[in-house]
Design a protein around this ligand. Sequence first.
Ligand SMILES: [Zn+2]
Length: 247
Amino acid sequence: MNRITYCTPTEPVDPNASYQAATHENPTNAANLSAGRKKRSIGEHTKYWKAGRTLTIAIARFDDDAYTAVKNAINHWSRHVNLKFEFMELSDNDELYEGDIRIDLSPYYNSLASSAIGTDALLTPSHKPTMFVGTNYTWSGYEALVMHEFGHALGLEHEHQHPDASIPWNKEKTYEWFQRHNSMPKALVDAQIFPRERNINLTYAPYDRHSVMHYAVPSECTLGDWHQPLNTQLSAGDIAFARRIYP
Ligand SMILES: [Zn+2]
């Protein structure tokens, strides 16, 4: 059995720069802030690209099949968003990377992929990729993994961390499990697995356990028998949300 790949969306180094980049790209990213609010912290603004724009997506050519697998997975989002995807090869010259989203492929990322969230990619220095995925494209879950990472690149967050997520976690066992399978330290589990507090500045779609943005949850990590298999396609909720944020 293939083990599940988990991911770590990269947090912006500077929340203020994140806010500036997000609102410069798409002023509606600020709309959730209440008027007159002076203090901002991570997560208080959305990071969606400007609807209608072309998003250039550079993919490292690890080999032809991997390139095609990544491109096809990303294209599952394309008919649900008002964005034009333009694919290109990630240049070999790492001083001259092009692309709004720059995807590195390496076996090194087979157990832990990552992506910048939406417009935070604009803060990534241009000689660095914004997304990292593995190369085990013959694995049945690979397409779902790339769809998940690209969901982050579109500005989506983890669904299993929805404040209304009703997953009965067994915390101690969860720490143990992620340490054993993915060498994830406790702090990363806290940051990427367990639910987030409700942010009063954001509006939420209903919790959707079938979202591609939801991790597979093994029953070993929960109380009782609660578990969630890997979601392998965009859910109705994913599609509705994508249409709402990219009208
Ligand atoms: Zn993720």
